[in-house]
Design a protein around this ligand. Sequence first.
Ligand code: NAD
Length: 359
Amino acid sequence: MAHRITVIPGDGIGPEIMDATIRVLEATGVDFDWDYREAGLDAAEKYGSVLPEEVLDSVRKNKVAIKGPITTPRGGGFRSVNVALRKMLDLYACLRPAKSYPGVRSRYQNIDLVIVRENHEDLYGGVEFEKGDPAIQKIGELTEAAGMGRIRDDAGLSLKIISETGTTRVARFAFEYARKYGRRKVTAVAKDNILKFTDGLFFATARKVAGRYSDIEYQEVLVDNMAMQLVQKPENYDLLLLPNLYGDVLSDLCAGLIGGLGVAPGANLGDEIALFEPVHGSAPKYAGQNKVNPMALMLSGVMMLRHIGETQAADCVEGALAAVIAEGKSVTYDMKPSPDDPTAVGTSQVADAIIEKMG
Ligand code: NAD
């Protein structure tokens, strides 16, 4: 039976990298039944909403989705569609492998890390008060009464929320993933020396879950130390488990270790639903130019193939993609020695080269 999968091309560079990725996925011979849905800036013009209900219905029904990036205006404007999708579909774990392929231009070789980031809580929980909001004054009265000092009148406020429930399920996800994919060690990363009641709870909860997985090594590292360790000795780590904000920052650091955002894939997972998308955003300045690297979305597609049990097809796409990188010919500007290298090819030519290698 065909795999019915929701496709959300997104906006900016999304549609062109999605076209290239769909062509490569179809070249595997796996039977797909794509269910295309629009979200983001273009959907707002057509449907009056950046996240039409029918998009959510489609993902809920199909259980698997592949998505291009979606622009989030800075400061004002609508809240992030990406964050809304993760929340409304209860995709609580963000999975970001960072694996280097020979031939990629990077200061590091042989990187093979996996980041598991909690996706809903922490400072990204959406509990924020704008400067001048009377709620800040009320909270200030509470902090003053508790001996923690006043909050300045001209302050904005974002709350950091970490729960046992949220941490338990993402930690369980991390250990189950480690077991399934042969990872030997889980390193929880937070800063409990300062944030005793949030990051402290994160560590304590992860430690408790670790107790149920005696076959997998468990350790805890402070996030500032981890930033340095990853630059100096990335080979000491295997799977990193982090709260939302640190996970966001360190997954870009790990993308830097493996050659940049052009090759950094990701997935957002819940108990039933999986949504695959690259780490990078919509790079609006390159939209419609057939210029950017489609490999991060293609590698997200490889993760999707593994998730739906199409292991052979996943190996085939990954092998062909690795061969194209190793050859270094049919790659986009970001993988060339300089960004204005005239031999760089376009987005769709990368797909052509990969399909040829899949032969
Ligand atoms: P970005 O990832 O879109 O782009 C940053 C830079 O990285 C680009 O200018 C480009 O030089 C490079 N880059 C990104 N993707 C590339 C690719 N595939 N190939 C080659 N080079 C690539 O980050 P940004 O500029 O901070 O964000 C742009 C928009 O994307 C914002 O609105 C942001 O909110 C949104 N965003 C969306 C997602 C998502 O949809 N999940 C994720 C991150 C950012």
